[in-house]
Design a protein around this ligand. Structure first.
Ligand code: SF4
Ligand code: SF4
Length: 395
């Protein structure tokens, strides 16, 4: 029996009244219709473990906590105020502490600890995305900068996602922003380690990144990755028990301000296009940022924004959350397929997101479902709409 835990602090799971409202919004339960995949069952299992009804969790019990996207749809819906995703995050830590971390996730932790990124690449690979731009980004190798752009592992290391940092730095340069990149000194933000129970490893990443950013004298850290944003903004100050000394912003907030202040001149010869916006879970439900991406899209001439049936706080995960892709790729892909079909039902030509993981999972889903729907990141849409000539003159 687990009597006291070094990890679990939230006890709001005790308030679960088993009403089942969370079942209707849980992407994994909606697909499998298996009660063990529901938030309610996960909360009940945790309670059974903690109250000693289940003497000791097994690998199978533990897996139930990891077959979850940590998307937070359950928390958003729960009438009793149970922060299910947060409780599950903490429970994963307990399972890891008991030696019950599923093998694919243990392998992911080992890769990050060793190489400081999710795919075991050497540090110099962090700037490969910059090499086929017309010119090397001005932020490379800059010791001091007003803004640090924290690219994140997927954007920096997955060729499929290179377009996001490539677009974002070109916009920053067009707007005349004084920004720097950390290159090989950027380490994984620590989020994947934390949700896999390796809090010590996550703290090591955080400490390194914080010191590296501080050395630049930056007043703002901006990320195109909602998970990095969420982790930097909320977990860093809490885990390191100190004020960061700079503000943390997501690219959508930063871009919305640049557009509204006229620093990103837009073309007026763009063809009409209908787009729908997919809210990333870490940016929307967990970060409370719903308006900034919609303000950006509405500011682009020719763009008509149509909403999916499930949007904003009630948005449906893309399938890429919670490390589920490493744990159960088929389930992750099935979640993505459902979301891309929702996007297609709007009649939009393009589904836009503000997250490299969403962009990647939804792109693969569109291909697997044979849908004529393009998938883009919001930075890519803004760059396409930017008047390059005016922007070039600002550099
Ligand atoms: S919605 Fe909340 S109270 Fe109802 S079953 Fe789910 S976790 Fe329990
Ligand atoms: S976080 Fe998402 S996937 Fe996990 S139990 Fe809640 S609704 Fe289901």
């Amino acid at each position: 029996m687990m009597t006291s835990s070094p990890f679990l602090t939230e006890d709001d799971y005790l308030h679960c009244i088993r009403c089942g409202q969370c079942l209707a919004v849980c992407p994994t339960y909606r697909l499998t219709l298996n009660e063990t995949d529901s938030p309610r069952a996960r909360v009940a299992l945790l309670r059974a473990v903690r109250e000693g009804v289940l003497e000791r969790p097994t690998d199978r019990t533990a897996a139930q906590f990891f077959r979850c996207l940590l998307c937070g749809a359950c928390t958003f819906t729960c009438p009793s105020g149970v922060t299910v995703d947060r409780v599950l995050e903490l429970t994963r830590g307990e399972m890891a502490h008991l030696g019950l971390l599923p093998q694919p996730l243990a392998a992911l932790n080992a890769r990050i600890r060793e190489s400081h990124n999710i795919s075991a690449e050497p540090p110099e690979s962090r700037l490969l995305w910059a090499q086929n731009l017309p010119a090397m980004p001005t932020g490379v190798g800059k010791a001091q900068a007003e803004v640090v752009y924290f690219v994140g592992c997927v954007g920096a290391l997955f060729p499929r996602s290179y377009g996001i940092p490539q677009s974002f730095v070109q916009i920053l340069e067009g707007a005349g922003v004084d920004y720097g990149l950390l290159g090989g000194e950027e380490w994984c933000c620590g989020y994947p380690l934390a949700i896999n129970g390796d809090l010590e490893g996550a703290r090591e990443m955080m400490r390194h990144n914080l010191e590296t950013v501080r050395a630049t004298g930056a007043r703002t850290l901006v990320t195109t990755c909602p998970s990095c944003f969420h982790f930097w903004k909320h977990a860093y100050p809490a885990a390191l028990e100190e004020d960061l000394g700079f503000e943390v912003r997501h690219a959508t907030e930063f871009l919305a301000d640049l557009l509204e202040s006229g620093r990103v001149p837009l073309r007026d010869d763009l063809p009409p296009q209908t787009v729908t916006y997919h809210d990333p879970c870490d940016l929307g439900r967990k970060g409370g940022i719903f308006d900034a991406p919609r303000r950006i899209l509405r500011a682009i001439p020719g763009v008509t924004l149509v909403e999916m049936a499930e949007n904003q706080g009630g948005s449906h995960c893309c399938g890429g959350g919670g490390n589920l892709e490493s744990m159960d790729p088929a389930l992750s892909q099935a979640v993505a397929a459902r979301r891309i079909r929702q996007a297609a039902e709007t009649g939009a030509q393009i589904v836009v997101s503000a997250c490299q993981q969403c962009e990647r999972t939804l792109f693969n889903a569109a291909r697997a479902e044979r849908l004529r729907l393009r998938v883009k990141d919001i930075a890519e849409i803004v760059l396409e709409a930017m008047r390059r000539q005016d922007a070039d003159e600002r550099r």
